[in-house]
Design a binder for this molecule. Structure first.
Ligand code: KG4
Ligand code: ZN
Length: 350
């Protein structure tokens, strides 16, 4: 879908995402939309370890990033010389993994004499629902739910992000991942819990809904993991018990996310809610959130499924928006750095 305003020159941006365990590359044209994208997931590489091994992640990004870039340029029918900028994820994320995308992205941009744009990973997630049709209009409330973050933001426009609430400890995705480990399921835990929960019934092994009734928009999920640990210890041996516990865990996380998202809508008086990040792929969350939002006259927007989890398209897209705002440094002034820790609310409009 086109994101160029009338009279604005369309821009062609290559996006590179390497912040964690997915190498994502994409080519976005602000006039013609997303031209091509490719993803290599490292899930199989890390499966034996029950989580992402940073050093293995970095090495695999090195192997994948150039072949995937060639593939995406070919599929998008573009040459390097056609690019107006290269966007890469500059943080937050794993330092070594980020450095691969930053190194390749910056070198490519320098060689071509075009801007390199260091994109905030969460800004990429936050803006990814704008890749869908229909796209939400600003302002909106965003529920950002990934493996590392759980935040509610008020989004007034590109670069206008006000933090409304966030997790005080574990992220929602982390609660899925850690509980999945306790249940003997593989990584990533979210899809594994969701699959097991499909044949289970919530309510048999009650779990808490942490901070659901607190008078702020913050979250806390670490207690849930401890409650799962206790429940797993006392679990009857039959397979149905594991499915029922998975269903209860999913229901507990979804209840809290839905309750807080609706509270944020009521508090801000906005009528649009955007869900982004890997946990946004959860079908139960989508069902419950859409139903609750309808009841309070609010519309919910989701990114296309494939762009919920980490991907290059959201980075190319955020890079293109930044480029069109003139929010990039000239090539000569560009340093080369990554920010493994980076507060999204510290971003400013150009
Ligand atoms: O956004 P993302 O791909 O990476 C980060 O930036 O963290 O999110 C990954 C997280 C993981 O915790 C994974 O378990 C969770 O998203 N996830 C899900 C689902 N798909 C991925 N959680 C619940 N249900 C899903 N279907
Ligand atoms: Zn992510």
């Amino acid at each position: 879908m086109s994101r160029s305003t009338p009279g604005q020159q369309p821009v062609l941006v290559l996006g590179i995402e390497t912040s964690c365990d997915e190498t994502g590359i994409a080519l976005y044209d602000s006039g013609r939309g997303l031209l091509a994208h490719a993803l290599h997931s490292q899930v199989a590489l890390h499966a034996d370890y029950g989580g992402v091994v940073p050093e293995l992640a970095s090495r695999d990004h090195i192997r994948r990033v150039l072949p995937l870039t060639r593939q995406v340029l070919h599929q998008g029918g573009a040459a390097l010389a056609d690019l107006d900028a290269v966007a890469y994820t500059a943080g937050p994320g794993l330092a070594g993994a980020l450095l691969v995308g930053a190194g390749v992205g910056t070198s490519l941009a320098h060689a071509l004499g075009i801007p390199a744009i260091g994109v905030h990973h969460l800004e990429g997630h936050l803006l990814s629902p704008l890749l869908a049709d229909p796209a939400p209009q600003f302002p909106f409330v965003a529920l950002l739910v990934s493996g590392g973050h759980t935040q509610l933001m008020r989004v007034g426009g590109v670069g206008d992000y006000v933090l409304l609430g966030e997790t005080l400890d574990d992220a929602a995705g982390e609660a899925f991942d850690k509980s999945a480990k306790l249940l003997g399921l593989g990584y990533p835990g979210g899809p594994a819990i969701a699959a097991l929960a499909a044949s289970g019934r919530a309510g048999r092994f009650p779990l808490p809904r942490p901070m659901l009734r607190s008078d702020n928009l913050d979250f806390s999920f670490s207690g849930l993991k401890t409650a799962v640990l206790t429940a797993v210890r006392d679990l009857p041996p039959e397979p149905q018990a594991r499915a029922d516990l998975a269903a209860e865990l999913q229901a507990a996380i979804v209840d809290v996310l839905v309750g807080k998202a609706i509270a944020a809508i009521e508090q801000t008086g906005l009528t649009r809610l955007v869900v982004a990040g890997g946990v946004g792929a959860n079908q139960q969350l989508r069902l419950q959130l859409t139903a609750a939002a309808q009841r309070c006259g609010c519309t919910v927007f989701y990114p296309p499924f494939e762009f919920c989890t980490d991907n290059g398209a959201m980075i190319a897209f955020a890079g293109a928006l930044r480029l069109q705002q003139g929010d990039v440094l000239p090539p000569a002034a560009q340093g080369f750095s990554v920010r493994p820790r980076w507060d999204l609310a510290s971003l400013r409009r150009a």
